[in-house]
Write a protein that binds this ligand. Structure first.
Ligand code: SF4
Length: 326
């Protein structure tokens, strides 16, 4: 690696980029083995480039790609291109239970992972969607407190005064569900089986003392609960590190240009804004994306539509409901 000081000077003079380069060097130098997840998405491309740019010799970085069974071929080719470009090995791990199998067994995601988790919990307790708070007793539903608190907006507001873990975060969702209860199984478990469990296995097998992902706060969702780029582990799992946690879209664009990073065809050719599992219903653009990609990857598009169609349809009805209400 070039002289680190010179490297910093040559980087785009943006606080987040400089700060992340210095921090990444420091964090990696304090760990021996880092397991870094590479998804083939733009954030993980930037993370990989950054890690390869600043990592000290003393820290081994093992890269891994989790194939959920619903990956675009273009993403898989891109993983090979990254290996060639950086001279690294990206280990492939295919989920023992793919997204399709998990969705068949447990249900499909709807809106986002939090909504899916709470609705799934309520469904598993045979929740009556028109119940009033006083009807939903522990005697009636047993161990379902977090789902009931979410549905009845009983959790305290966040420090910023927001309803972080409440159905009211989604405009008129409760009113919609009361009138049109879901008639299909909803669940976020595909992520557990296709991503989280294989990741845990990989960390263990790699004897990693640090895990890294390209997560960014700006992407929102469940990340809202995470405060910083680094979390010290409290058990035998590795410390968690998010090297580009603070980055804005502008930081990414400046870094991409500086380093000549090329994203996968999903972005560069088809114009998608994000990748990951084809057609994941947690992506509000999922149906539009599938239409864009259809002629390039017809098989995966067909598979995504087959598995997620009920969730797409329900979301369309929810959007129409919201739009009709004053
Ligand atoms: S990204 Fe979406 S489809 Fe893929 S595993 Fe996670 S929730 Fe399921």
């Amino acid at each position: 690696m070039a002289d680190f000081g010179a490297l910093i000077k040559s980087a785009p003079q943006r606080l987040n980029i400089i700060d992340s380069m210095l921090k990444a060097r420091l964090v990696l130098s304090r760990h021996r083995r880092c397991a870094a997840s590479v998804s083939g998405g733009s954030d993980s491309d930037i993370m990989l480039d950054l890690l390869e740019l600043v990592r000290p010799e003393s820290c081994e970085v093992r890269y891994v790609f989790f194939d959920t069974g619903l990956e675009y071929n273009s993403t898989k080719h891109h993983i090979g291109d990254l290996e060639a470009k950086y001279g690294v090995t990206i280990h492939r791990r295919r989920a023992r239970k793919t997204v399709i199998a998990a969705c068949h067994e447990h249900g499909v995601p709807f809106i986002n992972k939090d909504v899916s988790e709470y609705l799934s919990l309520l469904q598993r307790h045979d929740f009556d969607w028109s119940d009033r708070p006083e009807d939903a007793t522990p005697e009636k539903y047993g161990r379902c407190k977090s789902g009931l608190d979410w549905y009845f907006d009983r959790r305290p507001l966040s420090k910023a005064g927001k309803h972080e873990y409440s159905i009211v975060k989604h405009k008129l969702l409760k009113e919609f569900i009361e009138r049109h209860p879901p008639d299909f199984a909803i669940s976020d478990r595909c992520c557990k089986y296709a991503k989280k469990n294989p990741a845990k296995e990989f960390y263990k097998e790699s004897k990693a003392d640090l895990s890294a992902t390209g997560m960014r706060r700006a992407e929102g969702g469940r990340r809202a609960g995470i405060k910083t780029c680094f979390s010290l582990s409290k058990d035998d799992s590795p410390d968690s590190y998010r090297p580009i946690w603070q980055w804005t879209d502008e930081d990414k664009a400046a870094y991409k240009q500086w380093r000549g990073v090329r994203y996968s065809d999903c972005y560069e050719v088809w114009g998608l804004k994000r990748t990951g599992c084809a057609g994941c219903p947690c992506n509000s653009r999922a149906e539009r994306d599938l239409t864009l990609v259809e002629s390039f990857e017809p098989k995966i598009v067909r598979a995504a539509r087959n598995i997620f169609h009920a969730s797409y349809e329900y979301r369309r009805r929810y959007i129409a409901f919201k739009t009709q209400k004053p």
